[in-house]
Design a protein around this ligand. Structure first.
Ligand SMILES: [Zn+2]
Length: 408
């Protein structure tokens, strides 16, 4: 049997007043997801544990059963690997944001007015050319990925991942990356990063793209901030762990990196953008192509519902859920549930109201020939309370998937 794990990032939510106290999933009324619910069993999923607000990195790792396999430092190595940057022993990798800073190098906007498209591509190329002066023995490998997102790898002797890992607050200085311990390596790495941030501001602030953005009242992407750093984690191979030949169909670097570092095949899907304009049917076709190529498991991740939630864009979130429903529809109408197990879930809930992740349990659905269906006929946060699976956690997903695939 084959398996498909469909993850709609941040798709679940709480009831919203403007939707007459429906959730965005309920408002979208997704017909294919409801058909899946009719054929399968629903339940409530705590991605990490009850009351824990998950981040996408730890939540997706938990869904794949990688919650406690290795020392997790940060998302940097996954972002870098997903961006196509090589990671060697001794390297330290960071996720980066293009940001807007004021003339005192204090943070104004951690997403630089959601810089994207050609602007982000052009500015990314400019940052790729930066060479350190005070720390000229350290090599930089930088890549802009999607919109304001990018990745950075530091290569050189005596580097450390023990530097402060979060973005600064709005109003705070961005040249303030601190060592987390007293070691020479941590102090040196913090110095390298602060020099990189300063140099990025020097080349970006005067760049014609940003001069033009200021003229038309858009926020300039005038600095790059590294965060969530780490060394290459010792991720065990997915195939070795589960005896499944797996493919990872995703747009965002974080998820592609999880796929690459666990040894999955990670195709580049044309039209998969990680944004609201993403082509979910192209992703469905990539799932079907992976099976034709002999894979027996596909992990497919759709980012855009989380993006819409972080912008408080309720209509956008509903539209994305309808697009994810199109993916479910194409998969459901192309595979046979007698030889395929389909699991559908968000990696966590994200609130359109607070624009932040939530710790609510999210709806999970399994369907397949070996699944005893319950009486739930709707896929939603509310209907999951009545589901036959009751309450499970992220680490249960892969064991249950293997169980339904007849591979215990
Ligand atoms: Zn997420």
């Amino acid at each position: 049997m084959r398996g498909i794990l469909i993850v709609g990032d941040g798709m679940a939510d709480q009831p919203l007043q403007e939707l007459n106290f429906k959730t965005p999933i309920e408002a979208a009324n997704p017909q294919a997801m409801n058909r899946l619910a009719c054929r399968g069993v629903l339940g409530l999923l705590d991605p990490i544990a009850p009351s824990v607000v998950p981040s996408s990195d730890t939540a997706n790792l938990a869904l794949l059963g990688y919650n406690s396999d290795f020392v997790y430092e940060g998302r940097g190595p996954f972002e870098a690997s997903g961006a196509g940057l090589q990671l060697k022993e001794g390297d330290v990798a960071f996720r980066c944001n293009f940001v807007t800073v004021d003339e005192n190098l204090c943070l104004v906007d951690e997403r630089a007015g959601r810089v994207g498209g050609v602007d982000a591509k052009v500015l990314g190329k400019v940052v790729e050319q930066i060479e350190l002066k005070d720390n000229s023995d350290v090599e930089l490998y930088f890549k802009q990925t999607l919109g304001f997102k990018a990745a950075l790898v530091l290569r050189g002797d005596g580097l450390s991942s023990k530097v402060y890992r979060a973005l600064p607050n709005v109003g705070d200085s961005v040249v303030s990356i601190l060592p987390l311990d007293g070691s020479f390596e941590a102090r040196r790495t913090a110095g390298v990063l602060n020099e990189f941030v300063q140099l990025s501001n020097q080349v970006l602030d005067v760049h014609p793209v940003n001069v033009e953005r200021k003229v038309v009242n858009r926020r300039p992407a005038n600095a790059v901030l590294p965060w969530s750093g780490g060394v290459k984690p010792d991720v065990s191979s997915f195939q070795g762990k589960y005896s499944l030949r797996a493919s990872c169909v995703a747009a965002v670097s974080l998820i592609k990196g999880i796929g690459r570092l666990s040894g999955m095949d990670v195709p580049d899907v044309l039209g998969a953008t990680g944004e609201r304009d993403t082509d979910t049917l192209a992703k469905a076709d990539a799932v079907l192509a992976a099976f034709r190529e002999g894979k027996d498991f596909v992990y497919v991740h759709i980012e855009a519902a989380d993006e819409a939630s972080h912008d408080g864009d309720v209509e956008g979130k509903i539209a994305v859920i309808k697009k994810i429903d199109m993916l479910v529809d194409r998969i459901l109408s192309s595979v046979d549930l007698s030889d395929t197990v389909i699991a559908l879930m968000p990696d966590h809930a994200t609130s359109c109201m607070t624009m932040r992740h939530l710790c609510d349990a999210v709806p999970v659905c399994f369907a397949g020939a070996n699944v005893i269906s319950d009486n739930v006929t709707v896929y939603s946060e509310r209907s999951a309370y009545k589901g036959g699976l009751s309450h499970i956690s992220g680490k249960d997903i892969m064991p249950m998937m293997l169980n339904y695939m007849g591979r215990t």
